[in-house]
Design a protein around this ligand. Structure first.
Ligand SMILES: C[S@@+](CC[C@H](N)C(=O)[O-])C[C@H]1O[C@@H](n2cnc3c(N)ncnc32)[C@H](O)[C@@H]1O
Length: 287
């Protein structure tokens, strides 16, 4: 019988994890603003202990570590060995951030240890999200808080919507994905997020939209920036899976179609694409 989160463990230790490591610096630059807003929502204080779920290469863990200081602690957990390897390599020697390869939905975590359960785009991949949040809640002290950022729906996120629309008619349409299947957009419906957190025992749930335009492509000229954005979309972004195994002529047509879509976006030596996220906060009752 398949274990919980098996597909995600495989993917994040294989293609998705490797792609993320290759493009880590660029992805961190794009996601920084979203992580920063979630950190402000978490409001970590000196000396607090934070669990960073699906920490990836650890950018948010290190930002949290700077806030909690040497009297505090940040534990970043992630199922991806390559990403945890990168996080450990990037962490300064004296950082209060520690990293562990573990599935957050089942990892052994000390009861009531943490003040804050945090995540930057790392909580949308659980087979059983309610069970996962109930498990992680036990690691929070009574009165502890949750703050995370997750994507809204795919159609609200231009970094997904534009490339996917551009390739219509070039590759055969695929069956629409189950919106609740583990994946980047599985928390797009705020009602579902509220149900998951309520079912896991959290209270005071607040879910607020946050939008930001991020430089998806950059370069010395506008043309170079558009080429860079196309490269990111094809290699690191939503089209990387679609392109796998496509013949050269189809790849060329896809590349041209995405380029035309990106050329219409704002930016001088960049291509600015908007992302639409939820900033979610909640409390562990009991204090
Ligand atoms: C979209 S990436 C975000 C990574 C990082 N938080 C960032 O913002 O750069 C999602 C991360 O969640 C991790 N992940 C997925 N399922 C997980 C699970 N069950 N337990 C821990 N980490 C998980 C993946 O390995 C991946 O690193």
């Amino acid at each position: 019988m398949a274990e919980q989160n098996d597909d995600q463990v495989t993917d994040w230790n294989d293609q998705s994890g490797e792609r993320w490591v290759v493009h880590q610096a660029r992805l961190d630059a794009m996601l920084a603003v979203f992580g920063q807003v979630a950190i402000e929502a978490a409001a970590p204080a000196k000396g607090e202990r934070v669990l960073d779920v699906g920490c990836g290469a650890g950018a948010s863990s290190l930002a949290l570590a700077a806030r909690v200081g040497s009297a505090g602690q940040v534990l970043g957990v992630d199922i991806s060995e390559p990403l945890i390897g990168r996080a450990r390599a990037l962490a300064p020697k004296d950082s209060p951030a520690l990293f562990r390869v573990a599935d957050a939905s089942s990892a052994e975590l000390p009861d009531g240890r943490f003040d804050i359960l945090f995540s930057r785009f790392g909580v949308m991949f659980f087979d059983d999200p309610t069970g996962a949040f109930a498990h992680m809640r036990r690691a929070l002290q009574p009165g502890g808080r949750v703050a995370f950022v997750c994507w809204r729906g795919a159609t609200e996120n231009d970094w997904m919507r534009l490339p996917m629309s551009a390739i219509k008619g070039i590759v055969p349409p695929t069956a629409p994905a189950d919106p609740e299947a583990p994946g980047p957009f599985s928390f797009g419906d705020w009602g579902r997020v509220a149900r998951i957190l309520t079912g896991a025992g959290f209270t005071d749930i607040a879910i607020a939209p946050f939008d930001a335009a991020v430089p998806f492509g950059e370069g010395g000229t506008r043309d170079a920036a558009i080429d860079d954005a196309v490269h990111m979309a094809l290699e690191a972004g939503p089209l990387s899976r679609v392109l796998a195994d496509q013949p050269d002529d189809i790849r060329t047509r896809i590349s041209a179609a995405v380029r035309a879509a990106f050329a219409a976006l704002p930016g001088e030596r960049s291509v600015m694409i908007s992302g639409a996220a939820w900033i979610v906060t909640a409390h562990n009752p009991g204090s």
